[in-house]
Design a protein around this ligand. Structure first.
Ligand code: IMP
Length: 385
């Protein structure tokens, strides 16, 4: 029996592997199995996701078909905002297969991401990805070994691929990762949408999520506009309203925050109305001047800032975290830094207003800094489950 292309039933298609196919990846190859062509690139990062024990490494994979890999153009995964179930399943297969071949304790604290991009699909793209991905992974490990000094002396005491190198030799580990691990991995390969256009907030949140191997995109980048009415009576409620709406519109995990100033003598006001205090026409200076005027003659000046962060996942799970910073309302504005009510929010322990602090000094003690730290811990716990 012969096949359509004339091959015998037990004859493999011609296989060609071109190593170091691209210039920048730590390891790469183009694997061709007949007319199937997959570009496999391995990238090394000097950090690991939070669920990885200290001193160990991690290997993960991403898989995608380019639009003209098929006879007809298919939409890019990114333009559909999420991976097709097929791609998600294949990238999990590739990641698990490659993890089974790696001794994580010898990898050091590195994450190696294997990107498998199908340039042309003519059957067998997943097996080509596993094989090509393995070669790219080996080449990246070789780069790590050769770069031992730059990335940390003593990383590979053997000094050469072999016994001291992380890729296992003939002793595959059971590929049976827990269900939870599969869930985490799927989640970590996602992007999170951050419901904010404030560059400062985007920068802070991106830095936190980068530790989890997660990228941040803004609703604008996804072409989404969701106008959410902040009808909640608490910061947490408003943050969750925004996170859920963006999550529903994008199909991606979404993060939103809400914050404001609560003044004891104003029964906790302006609170959730901080941004709108005094009505539309006022700017930051107008709002804090109005606040100072409404506290004229008032000796009880205790106040606090609160920040709530909410995260909504497409499976219905939610997380919330809050941070609070106590202080008093100054009698006059001081300092030019920050924004909003910063010039009138006095921190007694530092004897300065928020407006007199550097950005680093402020985020070390601020409601937002505390909420971000609490959120980061909650997310780590959630991902570990
Ligand atoms: P939002 O959470 O960005 O909607 O902020 C609500 C409002 O609370 C802002 O417009 C500010 O007036 C005020 N606010 C929140 N956080 C801060 C802060 O760190 N410094 C000063 N004002 C803040």
């Amino acid at each position: 029996m012969t096949r359509k292309d004339g091959r015998a039933f037990d004859e493999l298609r011609p296989i060609k592997i071109t190593t170091d196919f691209v210039k920048f990846a730590e390891g790469s190859c183009l694997i061709e199995c007949g007319d199937t062509k997959v570009l496999c690139c391995a990238s090394v990062e000097d950090r690991t996701p939070p669920h990885v024990p200290e001193g160990e490494g991690w290997v993960t994979a991403e898989y995608s078909m380019l639009p003209r890999a098929n006879r007809e153009r298919s939409k890019r995964d990114v333009s559909k905002l999420k991976l097709s179930p097929r791609s998600a399943e294949i990238q999990r297969l590739v990641g698990r297969s490659l993890r089974a071949a790696v001794d994580m304790s010898k990898l050091g604290e590195h994450t190696i991401t294997i990107d498998c991009d199908v340039l042309q699909g003519d059957g067998g793209t997943r097996t080509a990805s596993v094989t090509g991905g393995f070669i790219a992974l080996c080449l990246a490990c070789r780069t790590l070994v050769e770069d031992g000094d730059r990335r940390g002396p003593g990383l590979y005491p053997g000094g050469a691929a072999g016994a001291g190198a992380p890729v296992r030799q003939g002793q595959p580990r059971a590929a049976g990762h827990s269900k939870a691990s599969a869930g985490r991995e799927a989640l970590m390969s996602e992007k999170f949408v951050l419901a904010s256009h404030n560059p400062g907030k985007i920068r802070e949140m991106s830095a936190i999520l980068a530790r989890f191997g997660v990228d941040v995109v803004s609703p604008r980048e996804l072409g989404i506009t969701v106008d959410v009415e902040e009808t909640g009576t608490t910061f947490a409620e408003n943050a969750m309203l925004k996170a859920k709406a963006i999550c529903a519109a994008s199909g991606l995990p979404a993060i939103a925050d809400d914050s404001g100033l609560c003044v004891d003598a104003l029964n906790g006001g302006p609170g959730v109305y901080s941004a709108r205090y005094g009505g539309e026409g006022l700017d930051d200076k107008g709002r804090y001047t109005l606040l100072l005027n409404s506290l004229r003659g008032q000796t009880t000046r205790a106040a606090h800032f609160t920040c709530a962060i909410a995260c909504a996942f497409p499976n219905g799970d939610t997380l919330t975290a809050e941070g609070q910073c106590d202080g008093t309302i100054a009698f006059a504005p001081m300092g030019e830094g920050g924004f909003g009510y910063d010039p009138v929010f006095f921190v007694p322990s530092l004897a300065k207003t928020f407006g007199q602090l550097t950005a680093e000094e402020k985020s070390a003690i601020s409601h937002r800094g505390k909420a971000l730290a609490a959120f980061s811990e909650k997310l780590a716990t959630y991902l570990r489950k």
